[in-house]
Design a protein around this ligand. Structure first.
Ligand SMILES: [Zn+2]
Length: 481
């Protein structure tokens, strides 16, 4: 047998096993794995050989929550599928999942998703999509069916952001019923909007804020974390779980930031609900002191960064295995965009760039600092998100799976400099931090795209991945974008 690529002397870490061995790759997939004791004469001939030198090899990352070429109000995020996918690969992520969110009421969920499918054709890594619904009307069931035919089997709704992306309770219940019928998954951004709207108004009237910033009603950035309280998240999660139980829909909560929210999901699971908790690197690393720092605009996101007490309790839940995925919630705005309205949090673009730093931030926080086994990290970073979203062939190093591989030296540390990263923005919320867990080699679909700090652009080779149904069926197998 001759193979395209042979990676020798690897410490191969999957979510459920760690072995020493060699990985043979052919036609973009893993052809075979040989144990460390295999005599060299029995290894296949290879067009290219890489010696991992005992370093760790994990499955390519699956980031199930990114926003690429996204509009937030008047602001368009600054990356394209080319820049976002290149940055993802630099960061050890080989599959990204974006959202087709209608820009306004004139765009349908189907149009929004099909637009993202077109934009994604230049992607360097593999792409899958979630749909999104804002307003219910009689055409929504047929649109959701059409999305499922495209392999888009999950739909996101927001319980907040009134007047833009928010879906009301009627819409959420009706869409959940359809998702249960279509064997799909409901993604939810859960924050109780009435509490937040009132909280924003109260903060805007506070005297110190008015004196400092002059405008009655404006909410300066330094107060962001006071405007979206933890209670608003927990209340909304509880309400949405009741809707999921009522309709029978599987539900996935994006970016949970507090232990109470994770506990509610655990409780629902113990009653038999299919419910999932996601969190993001920034909620595990930063605390609300960032809003009193020199550059609070680097941390403007929803939900906001929480108290140290909440962060520590959330870390505890992650270590205990109660969180299912760690996603980036990547949103690529630059400091100029962030600063254009930092006088009022209601009008500035929210969201943090993070598609490239997900692996080092999560690895350093969880494995190095919290002592999490690397296998458990792999589950959160790749295997879990692939399985939950039914991305067949992803998230596991085994024969037949896609050859998406990340080689790294767990002891190698680098200091984050957002300007030197590849995300199309000029900062990182992790600027100045010294992190471990940076990929040294990344293989995407059998191609070596990153090796010894050199990126070899594979061109628009990313494929559009179809999420499967419960019988592992999809209309078409991963076709070229
Ligand atoms: Zn998001």
């Amino acid at each position: 047998m001759t193979v395209d690529l042979l990676i020798t002397n690897a410490t191969i870490v999957n979510a459920d096993s760690t072995i020493e061995g060699h990985i043979a790759v052919r036609d973009g997939r893993i052809a075979a794995i040989y144990g460390a004791g295999t005599s060299p004469g029995l290894l296949p001939d290879a067009a290219r050989s890489l010696d991992a030198g005992g370093r760790t090899v994990i499955p390519g990352g699956v980031d199930s929550h990114v926003h690429v070429e996204q509009m937030t109000g008047a602001y368009k995020s600054l990356d394209t599928y080319e820049t976002a996918s290149v940055a993802a690969l630099w960061g050890g992520t080989t599959t990204i999942m974006d959202f087709g969110i209608p820009a306004d009421s004139s765009e349908t969920p189907l149009e929004a998703a099909e637009n993202k499918m077109r934009l994604a054709r230049v992607s360097r890594c593999d792409v899958a999509l979630h749909g999104a619904v804002i307003d219910w009307d009689d055409t929504v069931p047929a649109q959701l069916e059409r999305l499922a035919e495209h392999g888009i089997r999950s739909v996101k709704m927001y319980t907040t952001n009134r007047g833009s992306t928010m879906a009301n309770g009627d819409t959420i219940v009706k869409v959940m019923r359809e998702m249960a019928r279509l064997d799909g998954l409901t993604y939810i951004h859960a924050e109780h909007d009435s509490i937040i709207v009132d909280c924003l108004a109260q903060q805007g009237l506070k005297q110190d804020a008015v004196e400092q910033h002059g405008t009655r009603g404006a909410v300066p950035l330094e107060h962001l974390h006071h405007t979206r309280p933890e209670l608003a998240e927990a209340t909304s999660v509880a309400e949405v779980l009741a809707m999921a139980e009522y309709t029978g829909s599987a539900v996935y909560f994006v970016h949970q930031t507090i232990p109470e929210a994770v506990a509610l999901v655990q409780n629902a699971r113990s009653r038999g609900l299919e419910a999932y908790s996601e969190t993001c690197p920034h909620y595990l690393t930063l605390d609300e002191d960032v809003y009193a720092s020199e550059f609070p605009e680097k941390y403007a996101c929803c939900p906001p960064i929480r108290s140290r007490e909440a962060v520590e309790a959330l870390l505890e839940r992650v270590r205990a295995g109660e969180v299912h995925t760690i996603s980036s919630d990547h949103s690529c705005y630059n400091l100029e965009q962030k600063r254009s309205r930092s006088d009022d949090v209601r009008f500035m673009p929210h969201g943090l760039p993070g598609i490239e730093t997900r692996m080092p931030v999560a690895f350093t926080t969880l494995v190095i600092e919290q002592g999490m086994p690397v296998q458990q990290f792999v589950e959160l970073f790749a295997t879990g998100p692939a399985r939950i979203n039914r991305l067949t062939g992803k998230g596991i190093i085994a024969p037949g799976y896609d050859a998406d591989l990340v080689i790294f030296d767990p002891d190698e540390r680098r200091v984050v400099d957002g300007r030197a990263l590849h995300m199309g923005t000029d900062f990182s919320p992790f600027d100045g931090m010294e992190l471990a867990g940076w990929p040294s080699t990344v293989v995407m679909g059998g191609r070596v795209v990153l090796h010894e700090d050199r990126f070899s652009d594979p061109g628009p080779t990313g494929r559009f991945l179809q999420c499967r149904d419960a019988n592992n069926k999809a209309a078409l197998d991963g076709k070229a974008l």
